[in-house]
Design a protein around this ligand. Structure first.
Ligand SMILES: [Zn+2]
Length: 134
């Protein structure tokens, strides 16, 4: 299956070999590179030992090419990417809180949620007709 993770701003391809690459900043304002596994539901994360973060910490994610913040406009705790899979475009949202496992794959009204904490973001459970009341 052909699968590309794309920056929603510059449309640069974020994947190198087996990982999605981000520039990131921890709450100590220290920058580092993090690698995430491209398989949805796999929360393994790789970074240099000097760039550490503890569970519950909010990590800022940036595109390593255009340097824009990837925080989503629907929830400040979620990161937003574009996924092109078999020529179909999806929006991907995942939590930027270290240790929180919540990922959403969205295509129109079709939402696939993954992760043991996926119920924390109720935005994706509501039908469109209710979202306008938020
Ligand atoms: Zn970019």
């Amino acid at each position: 299956m052909k699968r590309d993770y794309i920056c929603p701003f510059c449309y640069g391809n974020l994947q190198v070999c087996e990982y999605i690459v981000f520039s990131a900043r921890n709450t100590n304002k220290k920058f580092g590179l993090v690698l995430l596994h491209p398989e949805i539901g796999n929360y393994s994360i790789k970074s240099h030992p000097d760039f550490s973060f503890h569970s519950g910490e909010h990590i800022d994610f940036y595109c390593p090419m255009c340097h824009k913040s990837l925080v989503s406009d629907i929830d400040e705790n979620l990161i937003q990417l574009v996924l092109i899979e078999d020529e179909k475009e999806y929006k991907i949202y995942f939590s930027r809180i270290a240790g929180e496992k919540s990922t959403y794959k969205v295509h129109g009204d079709d939402v696939t949620s993954t992760g043991e904490h996926a119920d924390r973001y109720t935005f994706f459970k509501l039908a469109d007709k209710y979202k306008k009341y938020l």
